[in-house]
Design a protein around this ligand. Structure first.
Ligand SMILES: Cc1cc2nc3c(=O)[nH]c(=O)nc-3n(C[C@H](O)[C@H](O)[C@H](O)COP(=O)(O)OP(=O)(O)OC[C@H]3O[C@@H](n4cnc5c(N)ncnc54)[C@H](O)[C@@H]3O)c2cc1C
Length: 600
């Protein structure tokens, strides 16, 4: 496999990404790490200190002012405007630093959703799709936290099928205003927002358009705060529009292009869910280690039991692997943005297209990040035993809060379908991915399985990574060939393929990171050894996931000689990876115990 360009989303499948080109979290600068520290400090002092999310919740009217006062403080500190350019009163962070910021938000529990919405889906539509005049009008108050903002796509009858909404906008007889009628549901920050990005159809259009709606326009009614399972410091309401009068110029972007906009904004939200998950898992590990090293049973800290170490090892491994993927793609988005600007794109187009480019990777990271985070919450309760089930420790809150991440910003089923659908689109419709390169890479991957020579450190692991990619391409190609357009209706197979795709991307990200660390000077050798073990452990589990998914997919559509050949290929390419997972997980857990958490 050879590298031609590193800035094409999904191209990781077809070629080797060079170690030099990949960004790894160890390369964050002091300045970037200070942003992380600032937000973490704020969350510990202002949110954890006041018990927001645990004892103070937005669905209790009495606590609303308390939560909103913290929101205002966050705004004063600049935390509401991290992605907004400095000229509009924000911090103007690059995308990867905004992901690091999102990781830090995790310390704010469900308050993270409030700030997350303000800095992402609430404000990015204006930042990316507005004219200069409109940006000047809206962004400074959003950046300072003076005005909350929200993103209104979902309706009672339009959830996953978001383009099927009934909310309508009709231009008035004078041609000056759109009159908006309809109902939105599950709107984060809706209870206090002053600015709403609303997706609605104009007249009898089939496709959505988007509007900026101010509360002050009138004709807006809010439902009560939803009583939710978790994220209780996050406002979630229904929003009703009754003849809401919107100035014509508040149409956001072009008529009929709102759905594309909605999806693209969600690309950014999706990778941010994974970044928040990384933060949540790190926080979870710290809490788990604090408890399990002090809880004595059978005359020893429970942290010393292999069953506990196995869980810690798995959580740490997932954290490491997802973190590798998140910041790899965050940096790619920034590079793509610079590339587009250099080639003459406008500010808005560069922002929009840089994000759109990595839709496949964002969907993968959203699914894997949210599932790893939910697993962490569940295992944390298990390791705390009865105390985990009690309201006293707060661990049950993490479990409840994490659960939403598998549902919003597109459910994980929708995101699995999206990752595969986007791959097909790029490979066969827009042809942004060069399918010929894919064929060459598959052939070279198959050949390398029959090469008896060891080709240096981590060569076996990189061979597995390439095999995961090649098998994805082989099975996807064969299923597509057999089922043609019917494949989209065979969702079980699509889910299987999406999981193989995800394993290929995340294992590659983990090993590229380890390989790059190997080439860096001054890296602590013990730390490097632990990181290498985590990458290997992730691969070990990923091969299991991919094996199962590959067999499931092949058994579901294939037969005869084709099935026989495909199954042999799976056995050969995803053969046993001979490591000792028990010993390795113990070593990882012991190291984390010594460090008091995931402190890399
Ligand atoms: C706390 C919270 C905050 C939210 N914040 C916002 C917000 O700020 N703005 C906003 O616009 N929305 C928001 N949402 C809405 C959220 O994005 C939707 O809930 C989500 O997209 C799923 O839609 P739904 O709830 O209607 O579920 P449905 O679409 O009814 O899905 C139910 C189940 O069916 C599955 N399913 C649906 N379609 C398919 C299909 N084609 N193939 C296979 N399976 C399918 C889903 O995967 C899911 O498992 C929020 C939701 C919650 C709960």
């Amino acid at each position: 496999m050879s590298e031609k360009s590193k800035l094409i989303g999904g191209s990781f499948l077809f070629k080797d990404t060079s170690v030099e080109s990949v960004f790894i979290p160890e390369e964050f600068t002091e300045e970037q790490l200070m942003i992380l520290q600032t937000v973490q400090d704020f969350m510990i002092k202002e949110v954890q200190g006041l018990g927001i999310g645990r004892v103070a919740a937005l669905d209790a009217e009495k606590d609303k002012d308390l939560v909103l006062s913290v929101f205002k403080k966050a705004g004063e500190l600049g935390l509401c405007g991290v992605s907004i350019d400095e000229k509009y009163g924000g911090m103007g962070l690059d995308f990867n630093t905004s992901l690091l910021f999102t990781e830090g938000l995790a310390g704010g529990f469900s308050f993270a959703t409030t700030i997350g919405c303000q800095t992402s889906i609430g404000s990015l539509p204006i930042l990316w799709y507005r004219t200069e005049a409109q940006k000047i009008k809206y962004l400074p108050a959003i950046a300072s936290g003076e005005k909350g903002c929200s993103y209104c796509l979902t309706e009672p009858g339009a959830g996953s099928d978001a383009n099927s909404g009934k909310t309508r906008a009709v231009l008035n007889a004078e041609g000056t205003h759109y009159i908006l009628n309809g109902q939105k549901m599950w709107i984060t920050n809706g209870g206090f927002a002053e600015v709403f990005t609303v997706f609605a159809k104009i007249d009898e259009d089939e496709k959505l358009s988007a509007f900026i709606v101010e509360k002050g326009f009138g004709g807006i009614e809010l439902g009560k705060e939803e009583k939710k399972m978790g994220i209780k410091a996050s406002s979630t309401v229904q929003v009703f529009f009754n003849d809401c009068k919107i100035p014509k110029e508040n149409l956001l972007g072009e008529r009929g292009k709102g759905f594309n906009m909605a999806l693209n904004i969600l690309n950014s939200g999706r990778i941010k869910i994974a970044a928040g998950g990384v933060g949540g898992m790190k926080n979870g590990l710290a809490k788990i280690l604090e408890y399990t090293t002090t809880r004595i049973q059978f005359n020893q800290p429970i942290a010393e039991f292999g069953a506990m170490k196995q869980k810690v090892g798995i959580i740490a491994t997932n954290t490491f692997a997802i973190e590798s993927g998140v910041y790899r793609i965050g940096a790619e988005v920034d590079k793509k943005h610079a590339e587009l600007k250099e080639s003459g794109s406008s500010y808005n187009d560069a922002k929009i297209n840089a994000m759109r480019e990595f839709a496949i990777e964002c969907a993968i990271l959203k699914v894997q990040g949210s599932e790893a985070m939910c697993n962490t919450g569940d295992e944390a309760i298990q390791m705390f035993g009865g105390m985990g089930y009690s309201m006293e420790t707060g661990v049950e809150m993490a479990y409840r809060d994490a659960r939403i991440t598998k549902i919003y910003e597109g459910t994980n089923e929708i995101n699995r379908m999206l990752s595969l659908g986007e791959f097909y689109k790029r490979a066969f419709v827009t042809k942004e991915l060069n399918i010929k390169e894919g064929v060459v890479s598959v052939l070279s991957s198959i050949a390398q399985n029959y090469n008896p020579f060891n080709r240096g450190d981590l060569s076996q692991e990189m061979e597995f990574v390439n095999n995961l990619k090649a098998l994805f391409l082989i099975i996807t190609g064969s299923a597509g060939n057999k089922l043609k357009a019917k494949l989209v209706n065979e969702q079980e197979i699509v889910m299987n393929l999406a999981d193989i795709l995800a394993m290929a991307f995340i294992t590659e990200s983990a090993f590229l990171r380890v390989k790059k660390l190997n080439e860096k000077k001054g890296i602590d050798s013990t730390e490097l050894a632990i990181k290498t073990k985590m990458a290997k452990l992730y691969l070990y589990d990923a091969l299991d996931v991919a094996r199962k998914s590959a067999h499931n997919a092949i058994d579901s559509y294939s037969s005869g000689i084709e099935k026989f050949i495909l199954k042999r290929l799976v056995r050969r390419m995803l053969r046993t990876y001979s490591i000792n997972p028990k010993d390795m997980r113990r070593e990882v857990a012991d190291y984390l115990m010594k460090m008091g958490g995931y402190k890399f």
